[in-house]
Design a protein around this ligand. Structure first.
Ligand SMILES: [Zn+2]
Length: 243
């Protein structure tokens, strides 16, 4: 394969653009926030589950409180009825029965009011626990939204860079003869494609060429396309090559 030194130099531009394209594609596929976002999604599921548990506990206590309040109403109505009755009965035995019932109603009322106070205290603690958990969920949501936004911006940036690099690559590739371009593409599938020979070293694989290989290169005309015996990249020779 023959190509002018200028055409061979263009392969270095192509290899550089391909390297930058791979980097941009890697950046687009792997935004650094992705791992944390994934962890946050899992964490948020756990936090939300705990939030539902705590909300469930509050609802149970509210229902219990409602039952006690309605029991209190029933007891009070009974007390009002008995108190009114007591004004009207003349039979001492009936009056004593009513007094006795009023006594037990008062005891019952005290018990209910004690339970009411106790459950109200527990409810207050449980409501605080719901608020604390809701704050943790909100914090996880906020961090997730912020990091997702940052990741999206990076992906958009990388996507724009890729489009630009692809345009540049197409322009350079159009200026390379077709046969040389397919030789480059074949080499690029298993190496850096094309590399500068600098100070007797292939910049594609960073191996210094042996004396025998350097001697063969010295005898090769400038137009002949050489390849690195180590990595298979097209080896581009310039004044820096140390030949
Ligand atoms: Zn090499």
């Amino acid at each position: 394969m023959n190509a002018t030194p200028a055409e061979q130099l263009r392969l270095l531009e192509l290899a550089d653009l391909d390297t930058r394209l791979r980097q941009a594609e890697h950046a687009r596929a792997n935004p650094p926030q992705a791992a944390r976002v994934k962890a946050l999604i899992e964490q948020r599921q756990e936090l939300s589950r705990e939030l539902s548990n705590r909300q469930g506990a509050v609802e149970e206590m509210q229902a219990e409180l409602g039952r006690i309040e309605s029991d209190v109403k029933v007891v009070r109505a009974r007390q009002d009825r008995d108190t009114a009755l007591l004004q009207t009965v003349s039979n001492p035995k009936d009056a004593a029965g009513l007094e006795h019932e009023l006594d037990s109603l008062r005891r019952r009322q005290r018990e209910l009011e004690d339970s009411e106070l106790e459950i109200m205290e527990r409810l207050e603690t449980a409501e605080q626990a719901v608020a604390d958990q809701a704050r943790l969920v909100a914090e996880a949501n906020e961090e997730g939204a912020r990091l997702s936004g940052e990741a999206k911006a990076l992906v958009a940036e990388a996507t724009a860079r890729i489009a630009e690099l692809q345009r540049d690559r197409a322009a350079v590739a159009a200026s390379v003869p077709a046969a040389l371009l397919s030789m480059y593409d074949a080499a690029a599938s298993r190496s850096s494609g094309a590399a500068l020979l600098r100070a007797r070293t292939c910049t594609g694989c960073n191996m210094m060429l042996s004396g025998t290989d350097l001697n063969s290169l010295r005898q090769l005309p400038d137009e002949a396309v050489a390849t690195c015996p180590e990595c298979g990249s097209i080896l581009v020779r310039t004044g820096e090559s140390g030949l």
